[in-house]
Design a protein around this ligand. Structure first.
Ligand code: TTP
Length: 708
């Protein structure tokens, strides 16, 4: 649902930058001999030459369209160059394109607030930069305006034949008595032209842009003149633009809401909405959407450019068209495993590189039923709390699929079978790990961190993994939940967990997340020691490489977890066998090293500040029989044991590999001085590789016609 936000000012300067035929440009950079030739990137699936996903402007001139397959494209343009999308795990691998998009974002974000909107689109808030330019070096004082800015399209500017378009633009840019809003847009045009040139110089990619007073208008404008051009929407042209704009072309109106406006209100253009009062629209569509519609008819939108350079979610999907449709549970599971493996790698790398964690795992599928009259029914999307680790994600995604399938094709239904034509898994609700370790410190010192964490907990509606412990037959309660920006068709599968307990888990999660921020390396023993101190071993985020180990442990020890329906309390309390196995095995390893004491006294003192009895009782309560060896210890013995593991863990830390670059120095500074010293001793400095800068071999053109 669109959200109505009042416009903070109608004099903001917002740009939307959209790369031109992006995948094609990425491939052309890889193979420069393709530059200037009609080229298209085709999907992995080779059926009929593969589906086109990106088409160069040279190929578009021949009538090649994205909806075509390679064979058809060759008919309309025999010389077309078809490049297959890179492949990994039997599906398209988009990493090259994602990375290329990141290159562009990093250039655009150097000077202005930047929001990455998709793999190849970015919003920029140029208000401050434009105001500064207007105050210090207004366009009206310019002796020379650069060519790229002069090529701008200014909506509403007279561009009749015979009039020198560039001269016209120059006059508009430099008009002394122009409206202040127009002057700001003129500044924005100069800034965007320069940024686009910079992107070209550094990446060899061309892009187009829209410059307007808000995001919606800027996005509309960027698509108006492509490739490699920019379009400005002065305030005075907004009405003219929207009057003739088909309702479905407006952002957020391409779907059901737009259809309802067409069928129920008889609206065909955005301008047609002007005839309805705000009250009338609110009456029909609710107060928020009604106000949003009323605003949008007038080109008003207060949506801000979020300072976000990273994607909002990660997804991995594959389609299975025609005869490739999946018909068996085994084939679905195979593909879900592949998709989850990719997704898991991506969220892991997001965690490592950007210190962000994803909270929600969602499964989408498209399907049809053979021999069923009700074949229109959609396969319901399902979500659950995201658990890190490839095997866990695979397990959860599979269980989400089965939950969806039960709804799509209820048990005992007569139709002969289902066919899956598309599968995707996505990780969303991505949040940054809180920087600093104050929550950990508070926790260690017996203070309740909930004050700082409660908002997060309250905001989080998602329960613990609904499908944990691999019980595919588990009886789930399901509850419809909607998340902003997510498919309204998505449901969140939720178990009957106690809300309060879940909140506590989330708090502990947060503590562990801070811990992860503190030291990101593969350190099982160290983690277990920390976990004991934190009173909840199961809250650990697994480290890279830990999954395999965990999976092996699971196979060795955890047969019962798949053995059918578990009662609710067991589900809630179960101690993940893999964690325990890690603990035991590392403990054995560590015992061999007990004799070596290399002076870890301050760390020992630090950990001894935790409360051993409560630690023990909570572990016992949570993990029951699985912790028999711990249970046998007296509280004091437990504390000693705890400390000993830390000490032994310290040995492992020293021997372990770690990534110095990924340790946030500010986090270390929050530790007590004696701990800081020890950490620093571990963190031996390593040399950073020299950054190789790309040289630009092309640069003196934007217009494709200049290519030879
Ligand atoms: P778009 O920005 O929609 O298109 P484009 O960059 O290819 O061309 P244009 O100049 O018209 O903006 O999509 C960006 C990339 O996303 C595109 O190069 C390929 C990929 N893509 C798909 O893989 N499938 C799709 O259905 C679409 C629309 C895009």
């Amino acid at each position: 649902m669109p959200v109505a936000k009042p416009e903070s000012s109608d004099a903001r300067v917002i740009a939307h930058v959209d790369m031109d035929c992006f995948y094609v440009q990425v491939e052309q950079r890889k193979q420069p001999n393709l530059r200037g030739l009609p080229t298209a990137v085709v999907q992995y699936n080779e059926w009929k030459g593969g589906g086109l996903i990106a088409v160069s402007y040279e190929a578009r001139n021949y009538g090649v369209k994205r909806s075509m397959r390679g064979e058809e494209a060759k008919q309309v343009c025999p010389q077309i160059q078809l490049v297959q999308v890179p492949v990994a795990r039997g599906k398209a691998d988009l990493n090259t394109y994602r990375n290329a998009g990141s290159e562009v974002v990093s250039i655009l974000a150097r000077k202005v607030r930047c929001e990455r909107a998709s793999i190849d689109e970015v919003y920029l808030d140029l208000t401050d930069a434009a105001e500064k330019m207007l105050a210090e070096a207004p366009p009206e004082n310019l002796q020379l305006v650069d060519e790229e800015t002069l090529k701008s399209h200014v909506l509403g500017l007279n561009d009749e034949k015979g009039i020198d378009a560039k001269e016209n633009v120059r006059e508009w840019l430099c008009k002394k008595d122009a409206d202040r809003r127009d002057k700001l847009l003129a500044c924005g045009s100069l800034i965007v032209a320069e940024l686009r040139m910079q992107v070209l110089k550094e990446t060899e990619f061309t892009c187009s842009a829209g410059i307007a007073h808000n995001k919606i208008l800027a996005k509309l404008a960027s698509a108006m003149n492509k490739p490699a051009q920019q379009t400005v929407v002065p305030f005075s042209s907004v009405k003219g633009l929207l009057d003739s704009l088909p309702i479905k072309k407006m952002k957020q109106l391409g779907g059901k809401l737009g259809s309802s406006l067409q069928s129920d209100l008889g609206v065909s253009t955005v301008g047609d909405l002007l005839q309805f009062s705000e009250e009338k629209l609110q009456e029909r569509y609710g107060s928020n959407t009604g106000t949003w519609l009323w605003n949008i008819a007038r080109g008003i939108s207060g949506e801000e450019v979020q300072g976000r350079l990273l994607p909002k979610s990660h997804g991995s999907g594959k389609t299975f068209p025609g005869p490739r449709a999946l018909k068996t549970i085994a084939s679905v599971q195979h593909w879900l495993n592949e998709l989850c493996e990719e997704l898991s790698e991506r969220i892991r790398s997001d965690l490592d590189q950007n210190k962000r964690i994803a909270r929600t795992l969602t499964l989408h599928a498209s399907a049809y039923k053979s021999g069923d009259t009700d074949s229109q029914k959609n396969f319901p999307s399902k979500s659950c709390h995201l658990r890190y680790g490839t095997a866990k994600m695979q397990e959860d995604a599979f269980n989400l699929f089965q939950a969806g399938l039960r709804e799509f094709k209820p048990q005992g239904s007569q139709n002969s079978g289902w066919r899956i034509t598309g599968l995707s898994v996505s990780a969303s609700k991505i949040v940054e790990i809180p920087s600093g370790t104050s929550s950990i410190m508070k926790y260690f010192h017996g203070q309740n961190p909930s004050a700082s964490l409660s908002k997060q907990s309250q905001d989080d509606d998602i329960q613990e993994p609904s499908v944990s412990e691999s019980c595919s037959e588990m009886n789930l309660t399901e509850q419809e939940m909607k998340f902003p920006g997510e498919d309204s068709n998505t449901k969140c599968v939720m178990p009957c967990l106690d809300q309060q307990e879940h909140k506590q888990d989330l708090q502990k999660d947060q503590v562990m997340i801070s811990l992860h921020n503190l030291v990101i390396f593969n350190l099982h023993v160290f983690q277990i020691s920390f976990c004991s101190a934190l009173q909840n071993p199961s809250c650990l985020l697994p480290s890279k490489g830990q999954d395999d180990f965990q999976e092996a442990s699971l196979r060795n020890s955890g047969t019962e977890c798949c053995s059918g329906i578990r009662n609710q309390s067991q589900q809630q309390r179960v101690f993940p066998p893999q964690q325990f196995a890690v603990s035991s095995s590392n403990r054995t390893d560590a015992k061999r090293k007990t004799s070596k004491d290399k002076g870890t006294h301050s760390i020992l003192r630090f950990f001894k500040k935790t409360d051993p009895p409560s630690s023990l009782s909570l572990i016992k309560e949570e993990h029951g029989d699985n912790l028999q060896d711990v249970e046998a210890l007296s509280p004091t013995a437990s504390a000693r044991e705890n400390a000993r593991h830390v000490e032994e863990g310290r040995e492992s830390i020293a021997a372990c590999s770690y990534k110095v670059d990924e340790i946030d120095p500010s986090v270390i500074e929050e530790l007590p001085p004696e701990i800081q010293e020890e950490f620093r001793a571990w963190l031996r400095p390593r040399k950073r590789p020299d950054i190789v800068r790309r040289g630009s071999s092309i640069a003196n053109y934007f217009a494709p016609t200049k290519r030879t």
